[in-house]
Design a protein around this ligand. Structure first.
Ligand SMILES: CC(C)(COP(=O)(O)OP(=O)(O)OC[C@H]1O[C@@H](n2cnc3c(N)ncnc32)[C@H](O)[C@@H]1OP(=O)(O)O)[C@@H](O)C(=O)NCCC(=O)NCCS
Length: 133
């Protein structure tokens, strides 16, 4: 996705200035090689639940960095006392991500059909979630 630095700044500020949102990065030798963002709902009745996305630069896959970022998110969520549920969605054929999420303790909650269309081909997404108590 091509966006300007100012647009990226305002997206990140949107996470930082909320008490139910988190934006963290993984840094190796001064270079950002991964990021995780999570945002809870804006309305009171949705403030306890949010969805995250995580992405690691390919050359750093399989080193436990994704897992580290997600564990940080879970610990942070428990400390907020606001977040009571963490959701995620991933392409249903993303075996690597699904295996990692299951290992960490996320449970499958459902399939959203045709959520992605890439090069004319449809892909389902798998919804997963973790309760924070
Ligand atoms: C999914 C992603 C975040 C994982 O990050 P990562 O740092 O590589 O993951 P980790 O090293 O922490 O976790 C490794 C775990 O992934 C799984 N995994 C690793 N290699 C795998 C493979 N070839 N096939 C299936 N699962 C695999 C395993 O559960 C592994 O744990 P284990 O080695 O203890 O069995 C990363 O691959 C990524 O950025 N992918 C592109 C973006 C994406 O798909 N994001 C998630 C969808 S929203």
């Amino acid at each position: 996705m091509n966006i300007t630095i100012d647009a990226e700044k305002s997206i990140i500020e949107g996470f930082i200035n909320k008490d139910n949102a988190l934006f963290i990065v993984a840094v190796v030798d001064g270079k950002i090689i991964g990021a995780l963002s999570f945002s809870g709902g804006a309305r009171k009745r949705l403030a306890h639940v949010g969805e995250f996305g995580v992405s690691i630069l390919k050359e750093y896959w399989g080193k436990g960095i994704g897992q580290e970022l997600i564990k940080y998110l879970i610990d942070w969520a428990k400390e907020t006392k606001v977040i009571r549920k963490i959701n995620l969605r991933t392409r249903s054929d993303n075996d690597r991500a699904i295996r990692l999420y299951k290992k960490i303790g996320f449970a499958e909650e459902g399939i959203i059909r045709r959520e992605f269309m890439i090069d004319g081909k449809f892909y389902d997404s798998l919804m997963m979630g973790m309760l924070i108590d």
